[in-house]
Write a protein that binds this ligand. Structure first.
Ligand SMILES: *Cc1c(COP(=O)(O)O)cnc(C)c1O
Length: 369
């Protein structure tokens, strides 16, 4: 053990950094490829709304000033849209920041945190970093087993993370399942409902977490501008919870955690409902296109309500991923999520989906030989 190793905080000692999707620029450099498509980080393939571009351009001229540290203007817009008071909204530097605020504000070393198998990696990272005790509940049909998750709660449990829908599986929990789960939780346990893909889900039995807040004072709903709103690069997310919980989250929030360009962008994005609706419609078409294409390749895939599909490509998933990279298509390996035979493919533009399918088909053949 080196000198530095001895100094590392206990929770950080065994931490593996989050593995993001490979950036287009790295692949360009490494393989000298042009015309790369990235379907690896569940970004909006349509880019940003033109309204966002003009709002950010305008905000740029004021960049010498600190942002509004409370992000009041964006909070007002969000509160109005969601039908809650502004005191219930906490802004984050991406929703990852909000997830981290929840852990830092409420979880002591040794407290238990319940997560599902195959769930979003940030829950484990944030919890481990404060030396919490993780309880990983086996998934059911790749989705969260909410009955087993509430059953895993003990007197030491502080927090349960539920991704709805989940990343990387794309599975979701129904209104009934979420209500039963929240009913079964003791009021001393906090529930985080991570709705990063909320806007994309059109299924009737999909619950709106914000509508549940009045009945469950221990609930924290987390959403983001990174996915359907197309602002992943600007980092804006938010939590909605009781006034009391939100006040606690604000104690650990770094001042100015959301920068002025991001605040302006998020507000403009909220105002462009056409862009959002078109993104949702296009995603639904892309889900069908990719699902049909995978069927034609004879591959199993996990039914998804989000903007990606997790496909089971087999034991040589790592080689297939590599072969696809070499053809300029970046997808996401998910072995670190306990899914070594799957690859996660984000929904792109129609032509990108078609190319991903064609390249996947070739990569499977070349990885066999
Ligand atoms: C993408 C994603 C997030 C959002 O991350 P940001 O920090 O808002 O970019 C949160 N939760 C899940 C499950 C996600 O997939």
């Amino acid at each position: 053990m080196s000198q530095i190793d001895r100094l590392i905080a206990h929770g950080v000692r065994n931490l593996q950094p989050y593995q993001p999707g490979k950036p287009v620029e790295s692949l360009e450099r490494e393989l000298g490829l042009i015309d790369i498509i990235k379907l690896a980080s569940n970004e909006n393939p349509r880019g940003v709304s033109p309204r966002v571009v003009s709002a950010v351009t305008e905000a740029l001229s004021c960049a010498a000033r600190y942002p509004d540290g409370s992000g009041n203007s964006l909070k007002w817009s969000l509160a109005e849209r969601l039908g809650v008071s502004t005191e219930k909204v906490t802004l984050g530097n991406g929703s990852n920041d909000v997830l981290d605020l929840v852990v830092r504000a409420f979880v002591n070393p040794g407290d238990e945190v319940v997560v599902s198998e195959h769930a979003f990696a940030v829950y484990v990272l944030a919890s481990m970093s404060v030396n919490a005790q993780l309880r990983v509940v086996p998934a059911s049909g790749y989705g969260h087993d909410l009955v087993a998750m509430s059953g895993a709660v003990t007197s030491k449990t502080k927090l349960v993370f539920v991704a709805n829908p989940n990343n990387p599986t794309g599975t979701y929990s129904t209104m009934g399942a979420v209500e039963n789960f929240l009913d079964a939780l003791p009021p001393t346990v906090l529930a985080v409902l991570d709705e990063a893909y909320f806007e994309y889900v059109t299924n009737e039995n999909y619950p709106d977490g914000v509508a549940l807040l009045s009945r469950y004072p221990n609930l924290i709903v987390v959403r983001t501008f990174s996915k359907a709103y197309g602002l992943a690069g600007l980092r804006v997310g938010y939590g909605i919870a009781s006034k009391e919980i939100s006040e606690v989250l604000n104690r650990v929030r770094h001042p100015f955690n959301v920068n002025s360009l991001a605040l302006a962008a998020a507000e403009a994005a909220l105002g462009d409902e056409t862009f959002l609706d078109e993104s949702i419609q296009q995603n639904l078409k892309g889900l069908k296109q990719l699902g049909l294409g995978l069927d034609k390749l004879g591959l199993d895939w996990i039914p998804s309500v989000a903007n990606f599909i997790c496909a089971r490509v087999g034991r040589n998933a790592a080689q297939i991923y590599q072969a696809m990279l070499e053809q300029g298509v970046i997808v996401r390996p998910v072995a670190n999520y306990g899914l070594p035979e799957h690859l996660r493919i984000s929904i792109g533009l129609e032509i990108e989906n078609a190319r991903a399918l064609a390249v996947l088909s070739e990569a499977r053949i070349s990885s066999e030989s």
